[in-house]
Ligand binder design. Structure first.
Ligand SMILES: Cc1cc2nc3c(=O)[nH]c(=O)nc-3n(C[C@H](O)[C@H](O)[C@H](O)COP(=O)(O)OP(=O)(O)OC[C@H]3O[C@@H](n4cnc5c(N)ncnc54)[C@H](O)[C@@H]3O)c2cc1C
Length: 503
């Protein structure tokens, strides 16, 4: 019988592990943190109230994954309609922003300029198409320079920490809703037709039904881990276990090396997710156990793709190491506030352009009815940042006060109602699709084809900006691949990276 080691106990690794365990395979999951779930976890503050990395609501475009989530949480997984807003030019609108709302928010002069720009770009791209290299190129040709300058340019720079001219065109194509002013105009002229909003999301259909377990998103990961353990006494799910190396003989996987590591909670910091290969930060420093070895013939990796190449050490080619160094992640600091009031926000989440945080959410509004005491509520502020910048280094109380003050200005709470502030950090919040990243990815995809017993998937492991449903789909696909006995070349050799669910 094969023995599969899964690196990372996030939702992708646990989906892979539970599927393999259900098929009778021996599975060991090694997770660096002192808890399971990765970004999809729920951690507890002083009073037991739950804090997520931004409320993680479940939805699925894939029926197999949705059925899996519902089966795992069959005792309570209430569905809610999506209700997300954005504050734009001083007013609240439905998110994502619709062209009609943008048009309404403009003065007649700016609206005329936006339409002229948009019209000019529509004609120009037909008459004289330009190669689209960056996200800036893509948004300007799709929506015109005025809309780009008013909203997409500044917001993208704030969230990603770099101007859209440095982000790849494919980033905009995949992740930015496409706003068509022409659709707004055409539908306004056609009497009797349903009005079109003018907003389309080509690659991420706008999901309207969300599910959230009452006590917190982390429930699904815990239940997946229980399934792995229950399937066989030989299976193990280990936390506080950092994988520090992968052993191969030629191209054949023979084992992993690991160390036990301390918890990453310190004071108001509930955790810091990291791979241990970052170099610039190491939350596992001190008290590391001795390096130990575990034999296996298959590995499912869900740790960040550059970390995987580092773990392969001398087995990875110089080209792959150079390509891995090109990839980078935007870090994340979530500020969690426990607030002495029963409810605060008129929506589940609200996006802001001009606050310290990008998104503000209230877990209770997603369905987290038991996330904290009935007379309190949990607010989560998502802040993207870079490792070791001012936000990253600020403590939980300081960030809590900054966010609470901004919330007070918006009328959502009073500073005196703040009962607790915590932070959750991750060195890998968002894979950054920089201009030219596709070349680095191509090199890595070719490199990984060499190792038949090693697959990589998940948001970090495949370097794809995906949600929990796709991360879970990736886990199931890696388990299916090993169960099928097919070669990697046969299973994924002809599938382009964009369509791959593992490599
Ligand atoms: C702010 C934010 C909000 C989000 N909201 C939603 C949402 O509402 N709905 C939704 O569907 N999705 C949401 N997502 C996306 C979702 O979090 C991810 O798609 C999903 O959790 C990714 O799971 P994963 O297992 O691929 O990766 P991760 O959760 O990152 O898991 C990887 C695991 O590997 C571990 N690891 C890393 N290196 C090592 C090592 N060397 N040894 C051992 N272990 C290691 C890490 O500790 C981690 O637990 C959100 C993401 C963010 C950042």
């Amino acid at each position: 019988m094969s023995h599969t080691v899964v690196i990372g106990g996030g939702i992708c690794g646990l989906a892979a592990g539970s599927s393999l365990a259900a098929q009778g395979e021996q599975v060991t999951v090694l997770e660096a943190q002192h808890f399971l779930g990765g970004l999809a976890t729920t951690l507890r503050g002083k009073t037991g109230a739950g804090f997520d990395f931004g409320p993680h609501a479940y939805h699925a475009r894939n029926q197999r994954v949705l059925d899996l989530f519902k089966e795992i949480a069959s005792d309570g997984f209430p569905a809610r309609k999506k209700n997300v807003s954005i504050k734009f030019r001083g007013k609240y609108y439905k998110y994502p922003l619709e062209a009609l709302d943008i048009a309404k928010s403009m003065s007649p002069i700016i609206a005329a300029r936006a339409f002229l720009d948009y019209f000019w770009e529509s004609v120009r791209r037909k008459v004289r198409p330009k190669p689209l290299v960056s996200a800036e190129d893509w948004v300007i040709q799709a929506m015109g320079r005025t809309l780009y300058g008013m909203f997409f340019g500044p917001y993208t720079a704030k969230v990603w920490g770099m101007p859209p001219s440095q982000l790849a065109a494919s980033f905009a194509q995949h992740r930015i809703p496409h706003i068509s002013l022409m659709q707004v105009v055409v539908s306004s002229l056609r009497k009797g037709y349903a009005k079109r909003t003018g907003t389309e999301h080509r690659y991420a259909p706008l999901v309207i039904e969300l599910f959230y377990p009452p006590k917190g998103a982390g429930l699904i990961s815990q239940r997946m881990a229980e399934r792995i353990r229950a399937a066989s006494p030989n299976n193990r799910v280990c936390t506080s276990t950092l994988v520090t190396g992968i052993d191969v003989d030629g191209d054949r996987v023979t084992g992993v090396r690991y160390r036990t590591v301390p918890a990453t909670d310190r004071g108001g910091q509930l955790c810091m997710l990291a791979s241990g290969t970052e170099g610039t930060v190491d939350p596992f420093a001190g008290q590391r156990g001795p390096e130990e070895r575990l034999g296996c013939d298959r590995i499912v990796n869900t740790a960040p793709l550059p970390a995987l190449i580092e773990l392969l050490g001398a087995a990875a080619s110089a080209e792959a190491k150079a390509a891995a160094r090109y990839l980078r992640f935007r870090a994340l600091t979530i500020v969690g506030l426990r607030v002495k009031r029963t409810g605060a926000l008129p929506a589940q989440s609200i996006y802001f352009q001009d606050k310290t945080f990008n998104r503000l959410s209230e877990t209770r509004n997603y369905g987290g009815s038991e996330i904290c005491a009935a007379d309190e509520t949990i607010l989560l502020c998502d802040i993207t940042c870079d490792v070791n910048d001012a936000i990253w280094n600020a403590d939980a109380d300081e960030l809590g006060r900054i966010c609470a003050r901004e919330l007070e200005q918006e009328g959502f709470m009073k500073l005196s109602e703040l009962a607790e502030s915590v932070v959750l950090r991750s060195t890998f919040g968002y894979p950054v699709y920089m201009v030219g990243y596709e070349r680095a990815i191509d090199t890595l995809m070719t490199e990984l084809m060499r190792f038949p017993g090693l697959v990589t998937g998940g948001r970090q492991g495949l370097y794809k900006y995906v949600d929990m449903d796709i991360a879970s789909e990736m886990g199931l696909a890696m388990a299916d691949f090993f169960a099928s006995g097919r070669s990697k070349r046969d299973a994924i050799g002809t599938i382009p990276y964009e369509d791959r669910v593992f490599a």
